[in-house]
Design a binder for this molecule. Structure first.
Ligand SMILES: [Mg+2]
Length: 238
């Protein structure tokens, strides 16, 4: 990470922050779902396995498994999984190039602040790593992220979150659990943070009704990331 012009926060040491992508950092305005649907039709002749399906907080391998169960009543083989991911990434690249990817409120100032403060910033996302790269690149924010846990690491969101945290610690040195923050938009992000034993900041910029987010019990729930002072206060809390 580049040398910082801002001092690290005082107190209990540097925090580690890991962001979910869809509904937290950005909206692909349908590109991700379109790419999945096109892939299933092109590769597996299944026109729409996603009727009444909630993608929010789900991992790519979990979505693939669910879609295979819906289409064929079984899990994909390893070869089918590889073929599905390769095809999905090609469609995703194409769909992103013609979609209006929206960076959510407060995200850019927050990422800029974290970079200037030298706070290690990564990802905890159900996207496979290359899919995450394509989405963040389309949004122009890929360069802010130095590490992550991805859907290509584990189907279980809690496990990929642990992997992301371990990679962050490999870069930043030891950061105690209470100084690690997961930022997400779904109850599954909150559950993953709990699984990993770290804190969770949740935002209402995804697809989950407020009462469900409150019931999930994040440490802090905000409408979005626009209140930079409140977000930084939470991230840097001792
Ligand atoms: Mg999300």
């Amino acid at each position: 990470m580049a040398a910082s012009s801002h001092p690290a926060p005082a107190g209990g040491g540097i925090p580690l922050v890991l962001f979910d992508i869809d509904g937290t950092l950005l909206h692909t305005t349908g590109a991700g779902v379109k790419a999945l649907k096109r892939m299933f039709f092109a590769e597996f002749d299944c026109p729409d396995p996603f009727a009444d399906y909630s993608f929010s907080g789900r991992t790519d391998p979990g979505i693939l498994r669910d879609a295979f169960q819906r289409c064929f009543g079984r899990d994909p083989t390893d070869a089918e999984r590889d073929r599905a991911v390769a095809s999905y990434l090609a469609f995703l690249d194409e769909e992103l190039s013609r979609s209006d990817v929206k960076v959510l409120p407060g995200v850019l100032p927050l990422l800029e602040h974290l970079a200037e403060a030298g706070i290690p910033t990564g990802l905890a996302t159900g996207n496979v790593e290359e899919g995450a790269r394509l989405k963040l690149s389309a949004a122009g924010i890929l360069h802010y992220f130095k590490f992550g846990g991805f859907g290509s690491d584990a189907e279980h969101r809690g496990e990929l979150t642990r992997t992301g945290i371990a990679r962050g610690r490999a870069l930043a040195g030891h950061v105690p659990d209470e100084r690690v923050v997961i930022v997400g938009d779904s109850p599954l992000d909150v559950a993953a943070a709990r699984y990993a034993g770290v804190r969770c900041l949740a935002v209402m910029t995804g697809w989950t009704p407020r009462e469900e987010m409150e019931a999930a019990g994040p440490d802090l729930l905000l409408d979005d990331l626009a209140d930079l002072e409140a977000v930084i206060r939470f991230i840097c809390a001792d």
